[in-house]
Design a protein around this ligand. Structure first.
Ligand code: NAP
Length: 298
C-alpha cells in the first residue's frame, strides 16, 4: 500500500471530481498515491472505497491545513468559489500556499484566470494576488494554470437569454476562447501528476475564440430557437440584474465579465493545453452537440 504523494484540494467540487477521474482513469495513477482534500470528506466515500485517501481541509481554518498536506509532494490548489467576497479568496489561497510550503510540498499547481493582473473582472485581483503569493513563497516549484472560461458558464447566461429570445450583452465584439471544464480537469491532472517541473505559467484555452453574436448563432443552430444579442451598456446590465433580484455586488461582478471580454481579456488562443496534455481540447461546436438536450431544455 503506497502513501499519497499527490493531493487535490477542493476535491468535492465539479472540477476536483473530474481531476480525480483523470488521475485514476486517464493517467492510471494508483489510487493509493492520491489524497482528496475537501471540507466534506464524508461526501467522497466512493473515492475512499477505491483507495483514495480523504483529508479534511478548509482554507478558512489555516491551522488544519499543514496536517492535511503532510507527506504530499505535489498539490493542486483549486481556487475557491467565494466570488461575492473580494479579497477573501486571496486570504484563503495565501493560507493554503503557506501551509503547503510549511508541510514541505515541492510543487503547487494553481487554477487561475487569463491575464489576472490587467483583467477588468472584479475578482481578478484575488487570482493576481495568489500568483504573486506563489512567486514570493518558499515553494521550490509551482505551476499557474490560467484557465479560460468554461463552456459550462453558458448554463448561467443562456436560461434567461433563451427564455426571452434576447441576450443582453455589454461584451461588444469581444471574443472568448472558452474551453470545457473536463478538459481543464484533464490538464490539471496532467500538471499535478508531473507533466510540468520548475516554475511556469500556462494559459489554457479552447482552439477558437467566439464573439457573443457567434455564440448566439451557434446556440440557435443547436436548439432551433431564435436568440438575438441586444447590446447594452455595462451599467444597464448591472441594473437589469439587480431588477431581477441579484444582489448588487454579484451583479457588478457578473457585469465585469462583459467589460473584460469587450477589452479582449479572454480572446487569446494558446497551444499550452496541447503541450500539457498531448491532445486537442474539445471544440465549442462539439460541446454544443454533446449538450444539445440540456440546452434545448433551458
Ligand atoms: N474558468 C471558469 O470558467 C470558472 C468557472 C467557475 C469557477 N471557476 C473557478 O474554478 C474553481 C473550480 O470550479 P468548479 O467548477 O469545480 O466550481 P465548484 O463546483 O463551485 O467548486 C467550488 C470549489 O471551491 C472549493 N472551496 C470552497 N470553499 C473552500 C474552502 N473554504 N476551502 C477549500 N476549498 C474551498 C470547493 O471545495 P470542497 O467543496 O471540496 O471543499 C470546490 O472545489 C471554482 O472554485 C472557481 O474558483 C472557474
Amino acid at each position: 500500500m503506497s502513501t499519497p504523494d499527490l493531493l487535490v484540494t477542493g476535491a468535492g467540487g465539479q472540477l476536483g471530481q473530474r481531476v480525480l477521474h483523470h488521475l485514476t482513469d486517464s493517467l492510471k495513477i494508483p489510487a493509493g498515491r492520491i489524497a482528496a482534500a475537501t471540507r466534506k470528506p464524508e461526501s467522497l466515500a466512493a473515492w475512499a472505497a477505491q483507495g483514495v485517501a480523504l483529508r479534511r481541509a478548509d482554507f478558512d481554518e489555516p491551522a488544519s491545513l499543514e496536517q492535511a498536506f503532510a507527506g504530499i509532494s505535489r498539490l493542486l490548489l483549486i481556487s475557491t468559489d467565494a466570488l461575492d467576497r473580494p479579497g477573501h479568496r486571496l486570504a484563503q489561497h495565501r493560507a493554503a500556499i503557506a501551509a503547503a510550503a510549511k508541510a514541505g510540498v515541492s510543487h503547487v499547481v494553481y487554477t487561475s484566470m487569463p491575464k489576472p493582473e490587467t483583467s477588468a473582472v472584479l475578482f481578478a485581483p484575488d487570482h493576481a494576488g495568489t500568483e504573486a503569493a506563489l512567486a514570493a513563497s518558499a515553494l521550490p516549484e509551482w505551476t499557474v494554470l490560467r484557465n479560460n472560461w468554461y463552456f459550462e458558464n453558458l448554463f448561467f447566461s443562456l436560461p434567461s437569454a433563451l427564455g426571452s429570445g434576447s441576450w443582453y450583452s455589454a461584451a461588444g465584439e469581444g471574443r472568448i476562447a472558452h474551453i470545457g471544464r473536463d478538459d481543464l480537469a484533464r490538464a490539471a491532472a496532467a500538471a499535478l501528476a508531473g507533466a510540468v517541473t520548475g516554475k511556469s505559467t500556462l494559459t489554457l484555452t479552447g482552439a477558437k475564440a467566439y464573439s457573443t453574436a457567434e455564440i448566439a448563432a451557434l446556440v440557435t443552430k443547436t436548439v432551433g430557437r431564435p436568440l438575438a444579442v441586444v447590446p447594452v451598456p455595462v451599467e444597464g446590465l448591472v441594473q437589469g440584474m439587480i431588477a431581477h433580484g441579484l444582489p448588487e455586488g454579484l451583479a457588478r461582478t457578473f457585469a465585469s465579465f462583459d467589460t473584460n471580454t469587450a477589452q479582449g481579456g479572454l480572446a487569446d488562443i494558446t497551444g499550452d493545453y496541447r503541450a500539457l496534455t498531448g491532445s486537442e481540447p474539445q471544440g465549442f461546436e462539439d460541446w454544443l452537440a454533446a449538450n444539445k438536450a440540456v440546452l434545448a431544455a433551458l
